[in-house]
Design a protein around this ligand. Sequence first.
Ligand code: FNR
Length: 369
Amino acid sequence: MEVTNVTEYQAIAKEKLPKMVYDYYASGAEDQWTLEENRNAFSRILFRPRILIDVSKIDMTTTILGFKLSMPIMIAPTAMQKMAHPDGEYATARAASAAGTIMTLSSWATSSVEEVASTGPGIRFFQLYVYKDRNVVAQLVRRAERAGFKAIALTVDTPRLGRREADIKNRFTLPPFLTLKNFEGLDLGKMDEANDSGLASYVAGQIDRTLSWKDVKWLQTITTMPILVKGVITAEDTRLAIQAGAAGIIVSNHGARQLDYVPATISALEEVVKAAQGRVPVFLDGGVRRGTDVFKALALGASGIFIGRPVVFSLAAEGEAGVRNVLKMLRDEFELTMALSGCTSLREITRDHIVTEWDAPKARPAPRL
Ligand code: FNR
């Protein structure tokens, strides 16, 4: 069957993957309310398209942290991609590079920073989990920098792992033929089986729960890479992140895998954008499955978006070709959305091109009786 949109890859992945792996990729935390809301909130934002504008040429290019991209659609870090396909992170890196966009490599990748760098040129960010052992962190950051990674996405919403009940039921653990490649030489590459989720136990054992704003400053003393703070959803934390020296903010709820009943990221975005006051770029991830979603995020002030699950699902279905296809479909849909809204460049996408449920009702003339 021909795949015509990003969402269709999920059903194919479900058929192909072992249950433990599919559930790990698909799940959210607890009641999965936020998981649904990440999608539903997009559907409550409507367009106010402009007409009769020459849209024969559409420019989707943008510059992110000084890097020129073909489009504002990037790849979020998702862990353990070799569970989806033997090529794993290699395939994702090649697909991103071919599409002229950024791949973010997870700390918990099943390919190392050096291996991903060896796939060829490309703009890549490195997602960082801060381990209790700061020597491990310092070493890893240095390796990422040496391997040519351009920025750190510091994940700040995971002092403990969210309660993902499917992983608990399945006793989720990394299959024995794989390792968390970045930690292999540090004796931290394996995940023991546990009485609940093996990943939750690994996090409890290794990840530093004391992480705080001062560590964002510390990180800047060990690297020259710019730091994006990933997992901010309030104005208060936006201001603190900027004070702490963040080069950008990623509005994220970790794909609804951490704290359930936080708002959809698209609902939190505008609060963060307003608090950032243009001082740093603001990005969004969570539930982006359509070109229309990309447009809505940009209209609310995002400089770009990242996709998570569509990458692992398409990887499971078709390897590198699948990830390329996901990026192409989103790109084509986004271009069409721009054309049908009367926008020929990203700069022309404004807040007036959409209407949200929190907008004040427009004054209407009183009906004539
Ligand atoms: C993630 N995410 C994530 N985030 C992170 O900072 N480090 C990581 O290792 C992972 N791993 C991971 C695995 C899987 C299977 C998923 C689904 C998610 C969160 C990810 O970066 C991103 O925030 C969300 O995936 C975005 O939401 P969507 O696009 O999946 O709806």
